[in-house]
Ligand binder design. Structure first.
Ligand code: NAD
Length: 434
């Protein structure tokens, strides 16, 4: 099939590379000329495991193309995916300008029956509005669909190639046939292609992310209650997680969730639901608990130093919002860094992949070190904010000799409390029994 993807970010590029790997002819379109130029030179603009070889293979086989000329690419396409950003605006509702812009560009290019499907995470009613925008510009035949994307950064290629399910919202049987053909290589009877109406499909993506975020905030709430009573959240987690109805996924206490999706999507669901007169109290609480979690973590640091953070040097391990990505959008580490800088502390930080993005965001306001041990030199304490594997079994003696004082604030509960105490560290974690 001939396909265009509008937006060459995490979702668009992974989608394009994976669809090309199955023999499709794919045009990845973006308005960011520098990004397209990089891709043409074979450079992947962000870190995502296993993506680069797939892109190189697609380019080498002549099936994957990069362009800023969206209408020309669209004119050749049977299916067009919208994969542009839907960042939050000031009131929490998603800023839809990129989607409306993409719809206009698509309309200019459509020639002959074309399916226009949205992979961007969008409020209910967006697909209908995309249809109206295109109808207002062209008389060519087209149909719209909602096709929310569930891939996870850090495992995006695998998620796309082997999805748990593919959701498609349609109101036209012709779209069903096209999508069945397109997704045939990716789905199985156990990991099915699910068709539904467009509104339900649009809501499904928000529902999935809200539930996962709810699990994180839930276990963080339980961890905080553990701290109040001197219970241990690791025991509680095991005690509930082995219950098959509950499971362990996303029940990991810590400094809270970040990233480009959970925070934005729960705020968006809150904004769109309350805009229609329904107050989503649970969703709102999930967001508030997550904000409080970061603050509680910082307060532990502040209390340890008895409110005297000015002039202290704090080392930070991990800056991306989770391991296996260089994405720092809404990363909890940045919230802690901002609070530390506000209070006059100096920050020395290291991350295996996110350093360029952090350098761009902070300039010389923080020091980035060549490796994670260098970040510890003469620091008053270490903060761990991302659970990269590098940090799981470090040389604790070396850590102790580098730190000015052996204090660790672990926002990811990587180590055993008892062992850290035996090693001579003052160890703060989240919800663990001391
Ligand atoms: P991104 O910000 O990384 O990429 C968006 C790209 O779209 C940018 O390169 C931008 O230049 C481009 N763009 C904007 N307007 C354009 C236009 N008119 N024509 C062509 N290109 C245009 O975004 P992302 O992280 O890939 O997310 C895209 C959407 O998918 C969002 O709605 C997001 O919520 C959703 N989503 C993201 C993830 C994720 O893990 N990142 C997972 C599932 C769903």
């Amino acid at each position: 099939m001939n396909i265009s993807i509008i937006g060459t970010g995490y979702v668009g590029l992974v989608t394009g590379a994976c669809l090309a790997s199955m023999g499709n002819e794919v045009h990845c379109c973006d308005i960011d000329e520098a990004k397209i130029e990089k891709l043409r030179l074979g450079e992947v603009p962000f870190y995502e495991p296993n993506l680069e070889p797939l892109i190189l293979e697609g380019v080498e086989k002549g099936r994957l193309h990069f362009t800023t000329d969206t209408p020309t690419a669209i004119a050749k396409s049977d299916v067009v995916f919208i994969a542009v950003g839907t960042p939050p605006s000031a009131d929490g509702s998603p800023d839809m300008n990129q989607v409306w812009g993409a719809a206009k560009d698509i309309a200019k290019g459509i020639r002959g029956f074309t399916v226009v499907a949205s992979k961007s995470t969008v409020p209910i009613g967006t697909t209908q509005k995309v249809r109206e925008i295109i109808e207002g510009i062209t008389d060519e035949e087209f149909a719209v669909a909602s096709n929310p994307e569930f891939l996870k950064e850090g495992n995006a290629v695998n998620d796309f190639l082997h999805p748990d399910r593919v959701v498609v919202g349609i109101d036209n049987d012709r779209v069903k046939t096209v999508m069945e053909e397109l997704y045939a290589p990716f789905v199985t009877p156990e990991q099915p292609l699910i068709f539904m109406d467009i509104f339900s499909s649009e809501l499904t993506k928000y529902a999935a992310n809200s539930l996962l975020a709810t699990k994180v905030s839930f276990i963080n709430e339980i961890a905080n209650i553990c701290e109040v009573f001197g219970a241990d959240v690791e025991h509680v987690r095991k005690g509930i997680g082995y219950d098959k109805r509950i499971g362990f996924q996303f029940l990991k206490p810590g400094i809270g969730f970040g990233g480009s999706c959970f925070p934005k999507d729960i705020k968006a669901l809150d904004a769109v639901a309350s805009g229609r007169g329904y107050e989503p109290e649970l969703i709102r609480a999930v967001h508030n608990i997550n904000q409080r979690q970061r603050r509680r973590f910082f307060d532990k640091i502040d209390r340890h130093f008895e409110g005297d953070l000015a002039g202290r040097t704090i080392a930070i391990w991990g800056l991306s919002f989770k391991p296996q990505t260089d994405d720092i959008r809404e990363a909890p580490a940045l919230a802690v860094i901002d609070l530390l800088l506000e209070r006059g502390a100096t920050v020395q930080a290291y991350d295996p992949e996110a350093m360029n993005n952090v350098r761009e965001a902070y300039g010389d306001r923080i020091t980035l070190t060549d490796n994670y041990y260098d970040a510890l030199k003469d620091a008053d304490a270490l903060v761990i904010s991302t659970e990269w594997n590098d940090f799981r079994t470090p040389d604790f003696n070396r850590m102790k000799s580098l730190l000015k004082s052996p204090v660790v604030f672990d926002g990811r509960n990587l180590y055993s409390v008892t062992k850290m105490q035996q090693r001579g560290f003052m160890y703060y974690a989240v919800g663990l029994k001391f």
